[in-house]
Ligand binder design. Structure first.
Ligand SMILES: C[S@@+](CC[C@H](N)C(=O)[O-])C[C@H]1O[C@@H](n2cnc3c(N)ncnc32)[C@H](O)[C@@H]1O
Length: 308
């Protein structure tokens, strides 16, 4: 394993309280408008048609996304007892699919949300190990064969950090992943990123930061590539903003369809706030103010020299 040199002393991303503010609203509420895998990130819509409010349509796009990331992480058919780490596992859709499909023998999922962790623990799925733990506190005796992280990188830095601080945090993440992976191990990352000049200062960014996702900030592509380069080579890079726009459109339609149940769970104001967030975020992707990256990595077994 490599020694950790730029890990932050204390956790520097979205705080546990801010994570709970968003993710611990109510598992029942999220179940109303997410798909049955409880995926809370963009699906992969290539070749998926149908009514966006339909549960099966959304589930098909989400399953395609899960399989795509397992491909990028090198999980093929489970032979050899594949060990997977899912950083930011949500309600466990990826870990359940990875093990349930037979592609992975054991899937460890990290989340900071007590409600998500409780949901996964109650399911007691053999081969799935849910941990209520931040990535920067995680360690493992047994190296992983592959790592996936979908929709969590957006929480690793916080608003107000300098460019240098963000780079240090992202660099610490890739250094950790390098230490957790077996030689030549593969990894995938799905993250939203700023893609125009407004960045966090756009109106949607400000609304979402104040009302929906406090304490988070998005990376830019140049920060990701600068942070990973020492430890990983990039094998695949795709930008798919329309995948997020379609997913948000589907969530929004499904939330509207479940309005009365949603209002019972989170009140009319909660319903209104979530609908606004989903509609406004969809427009952010359609306007290309933000984009969605899916990136595949291969571990550099000899890290590159540190830049002078
Ligand atoms: C938008 S959800 C995505 C969940 C899941 N990957 C999916 O696609 O449905 C973000 C997840 O990242 C987790 N997360 C945020 N910061 C984290 C950290 N520092 N360490 C581990 N997990 C974190 C949250 O608890 C949440 O489960």
């Amino acid at each position: 394993m490599t020694t950790t040199t730029h890990a932050p002393a204390a956790r520097s991303g979205t705080s546990a309280a801010d994570i709970a503010f968003h993710y611990d609203v109510s598992n029942e509420f999220y179940a109303l408008w997410l798909d049955r895998t409880m995926s809370y990130s963009a699906g992969l819509w290539d070749g998926v048609d149908g009514d966006p409010a339909d549960a099966d349509t959304l589930a098909r796009a989400q399953r395609a996304k899960l399989d795509h990331h397992l491909d990028l992480a090198g999980a093929t058919d489970g032979s050899g007892g594949f060990q997977l780490l899912d950083v930011g596992c949500g309600w466990g859709g990826m870990t359940a699919h990875a093990v349930g499909s037979g592609r992975v023998q054991q899937a460890t999922g990290l989340t900071l949300s007590p409600a998500q962790h409780a949901h996964m623990t109650e399911l007691r799925m053999p081969g799935v190990v849910p941990l209520l733990e931040s990535w920067d506190a995680h360690s493992t005796e047994r190296p992983y064969d592959g790592i996936v992280s979908v929709g969590a990188f957006e929480h690793f830095a916080t608003d107000g950090m300098s460019a240098q601080q963000r780079l240090a945090v992202y660099g610490a993440y890739f250094e950790k992943c390098h230490g957790w992976l077996k030689p030549a191990g593969q990894m995938s990352l799905q993250t939203i990123a700023y893609d125009d000049e407004t960045g966090p200062d756009g109106p949607v960014g400000r609304f979402v930061a104040a009302n929906i996702f406090p304490g988070m900030t998005l990376p830019r592509l140049a920060e990701i590539t600068a942070a990973c380069d020492r430890y990983f080579s990039v094998t695949v890079l795709t930008a798919s903003p329309d995948d997020y726009a379609r997913t948000l459109n589907s969530w929004s339609a499904r939330l509207l369809r479940a309005r009365s149940q949603a209002e019972e769970l989170v009140g009319p104001e909660g319903f209104r706030r979530y609908r606004l967030y989903l509609r406004a975020s969809e427009s952010t992707f359609l306007r290309r103010a933000a984009t969605l990256y899916r990136i595949g990595f291969r571990r550099r077994d000899e890290p590159l020299p540190r830049p002078a």
